[in-house]
Ligand binder design. Structure first.
Ligand code: ADP
Ligand code: MG
Length: 363
């Protein structure tokens, strides 16, 4: 059933450059109309995935299907996709309108149609007044919007974006993130967006595919990845999780005990069949977010321990305290207006987290 909604399917796709494998049997289904972000550290194979889909590279093995048809060896110009690169790749000697209409003019569309569609694309990216300017007369953000309009005007089935915002400064980057997201929502074209920046990925994506060393480690919504990373890599890569090593103990309903240097902790295994099924004594990590950790109250029984505040990082609305709990480093995030403002360096505090606000990953 879900098959019908998939735009693109990568099935067991591998890629090697000479003898060096860089992608290992990737399986990925991209849904029609979604904003899918490929997230991973530099060198994890993100660009290679994009280039294989775009047709700039050929798979070593496996297939890529569009609407169920194998396109693995379809030439680049016949694939209904367009790419937006980080360096814009605009023609410097052409105006904004010329750059945007270029794809239609090489397809010999009538002049009147080109004019109309360029006008529509300019409106969409809010550059109506800039039609006659040259790329050199534009800011970085404006150039990136021209590059986007140029990709959109051909009405592709899929837009491939390879770290398109990496060259922009932070403020502009945030604006462009919102802008891209709103355009995607409006036109409902499928976006495949590559980034190494997890904050960017969280903010924009419907789903995120996390890559490491040529493999997909997890695919899910930002919420799923944030709260239920399925492995140590994703748990560490995604945000500032607390990971406490230990060995698995007894199961208690939806929770499982883990023996750690902080004592016996009780963590959720909900939605994690591999952790419910793992034998006692197996190595794992208790995982909980800095915002799940809090100052203990008298009623707290489980998951309670003490630690020393070693650093306080004021971050506006919240304050992050670095804690040393008997050698185990932890982070505690508190609202600055309340508890956060009372903490002192060197102070020993009682901490707790709710079993329901934690989970585990195998190590
Ligand atoms: P990312 O985009 O995640 O940074 P890439 O897909 O660019 O990663 O690269 C993945 C791996 O493939 C890297 O180790 C890179 O050095 C290697 N690689 C990429 N392109 C080539 C190429 N044309 N020839 C040889 N190795 C390459
Ligand atoms: Mg890359």
């Amino acid at each position: 059933m879900t098959q019908a909604l998939d735009l693109l399917n990568l099935q067991s796709v591998s890629k090697s450059y000479g003898p060096v494998p860089v992608l290992h049997e990737i399986d990925l289904a991209i849904r029609d109309g979604e904003f899918l972000t490929v997230l991973g550290p530099s060198g994890s194979g993100k660009t290679t995935v994009l280039r294989l889909i775009g047709g700039l590279e050929t798979v070593t093995s496996g297939t890529i299907k569009l609407d169920g048809q194998d396109i693995s060896r379809m030439p680049i110009n016949r694939r209904p996709f367009n790419t937006v690169f980080q360096d814009y790749a605009l023609f410097p000697h052409m105006t904004v309108a010329g750059n945007i209409g270029y794809g239609l003019s090489i397809r010999h569309r009538p002049k009147a149609e080109i004019k109309r569609r360029v006008g529509e694309a300019l409106d969409l990216v809010q550059l109506g007044k800039f039609a006659g300017r040259y790329p050199v007369q534009l800011s970085g953000g404006q150039r990136q919007r021209v590059a986007l309009a140029r990709a959109l005007i051909c009405q592709p089935r899929l837009i491939l974006l390879d770290e398109p915002l990496a060259a922009l400064d932070l403020e502009l980057r945030r604006q462009m993130q919102e802008f891209l997201k709103s355009i995607q929502r409006e036109i409902k074209t499928t976006f495949l967006f590559v980034t190494h920046d997890q904050e960017e990925a969280i903010g924009m994506a419907d789903r995120i595919c996390v890559m490491q060393a040529g493999r997909i480690r997890q695919l899910g919504t930002p919420h799923q990845l944030y709260y239920k990373p399925n492995c140590e890599f994703v748990a560490r890569f995604f945000g500032d999780n607390n990971l406490v090593p230990g060995t698995l103990g007894a199961t208690d309903g939806a929770f499982r005990a883990i023996e750690t240097s902080l004592g016996t902790l009780l963590c959720s295994t909900q939605g994690q069949p591999d952790l419910s099924a793992a034998a006692s004594g197996v190595s794992a990590f208790a995982v909980f977010r800095p915002e799940a950790l809090r100052l203990a109250e008298a009623s707290d029984g489980a998951n309670r321990f003490s630690g020393v505040v070693t650093e306080l990082a004021f971050g506006g609305s919240s304050t992050v305290a670095h804690i040393d709990a008997g050698g185990q480093k932890l982070r505690l995030r508190l609202p600055s207006r309340f508890e956060g403002s009372h903490l002192r360096h060197g102070e020993t505090i009682d901490l707790a987290f709710a079993p329901g606000e934690s989970h585990m990953v195998l190590s």
